[in-house]
Design a protein around this ligand. Sequence first.
Ligand code: AMP
Ligand code: MG
Length: 486
Amino acid sequence: MFQFDNSYARLPDRFFASVYPEPVEGPELLRFNQKLAAELGVEADLSDPDRLAAVLSGNVVPQGASPLAMAYAGHQFGNFVPQLGDGRAILIGEVMDRAGQRRDIQWKGAGPTPFSRRGDGRAALGPVIREYVVSEAMHALGIPATRALAAVSTGELVQREQEQQGAVFVRVAASHVRVGTFQFFAARGDTEGVRTLANYVIERHYPDLMGAQNPYLALLQAVADRQAELIARWLGVGFIHGVMNTDNMTISGETIDFGPCAFLDEYNPMKVFSSIDRQGRYAYRNQPGIGQWNIARLAEALVPLIDADEEKAVGAANSVLKAFGDTFQAHWIEVFRAKLGLVTARDGDGDLVQGLLSAMEENEADFTRTFQALCNAAEGHDDDLLACFADPSKLREWLPKWNERLAEEGRSPADVATEMRGVNPWLIARNHRIEEAIAAANYGDFSFFEKLVEALEKPFEERPEFADYAIAPTAEQKVARTFCGT
Ligand code: AMP
Ligand code: MG
């Protein structure tokens, strides 16, 4: 089924634990991502769903697999844990996709591993559905993210706060190497381990850096740049990751671990959804600062490789960290300029964007709907936009400034609106719709899940059959909290 070429398994033994999945009672295929399978060159016999479910649940280990759990450490909510590791995920192996990119295939929830600590190694159906929906939604928005190859129910129950149905999620990633993977070796004083890992990720993710004068400093810089851009793009669609621990930040620059994540409904930069984030550490607007903090942890791990002279190494790493804010800001303004339909850069654009955002904040305007309505306003129809604001007075002051700025660029309103519709999604993965899909799935009805996935495949297209998914939740529908479900 898979043409494996497993490079991680060839790394030294201390990088992982070889482990086989624990078979489940009654695997049933919930959803299989055929498009992604084709992209990966995975040959799946859809006429035999039982066999497919057996492989995708881990009951049957496919030929050529070298199943393993990766070792990693990480800062969780600021506290360092020297050993985390894949406690409920097993890397099946790697394939080269049709574009020649190496991709990891992983079972999530396939049973205990040596890294499980007190956990059961399992995943509950709800979180699997959330991860499937949101990771595919992110991809459709054009934002780098791990992908969903399949979801399988296990026919078993898992004990959480309440008993829940079990499921296995099959995840695809450019790789599962995290900031925390570097921290794992660094915390043990295993500089050779850090070096082996750094060489591995340079070859896999940043091959252009192989000839760099200082490849390890260049690696730090490259990871920082990708994360700065990624976070700017999250903010552009109102995404809150929810658990930006260093073990949940990839080296590849893909969004990973869709636990208590959520998209904003009304715009509130202080917004936190995650039930475990009591201090608001990972609030919407804190994400760039946390990104920089996480990159600082990567820098600490890389210092011994950057220069034999520690002082020099720290100085060089610090200059990368210092630049993070400006790099992020540059990406952020690029994202928001495009959302406003602007193609050139002018001083004062930052203030223009902030002017709109603060009017939105004061009015608790729906983030996605406001930017959609702004596309119409670019063509001179501002009724929808005004309707997004309880008190549109601030907006009325702002609109002429924006119109003047657009006029300076001299493009036709129709062209501006069309381009804006290409960057401002018509729909996002709204929390209340995800909750609805999960609630129905728990009663054995997967139709809401199916329809939601279908709706989110083309987020920039206005499709009347999915109109319900585009509108903001009513006060009763609004979801206040999201849960990890681990
Ligand atoms: P996460 O919150 O999913 O990023 O996971 C943080 C850490 O807890 C990782 O080391 C996971 O492997 C581990 N973990 C989470 N859930 C479970 C579980 N049900 N069983 C074992 N380990 C788990
Ligand atoms: Mg994680």
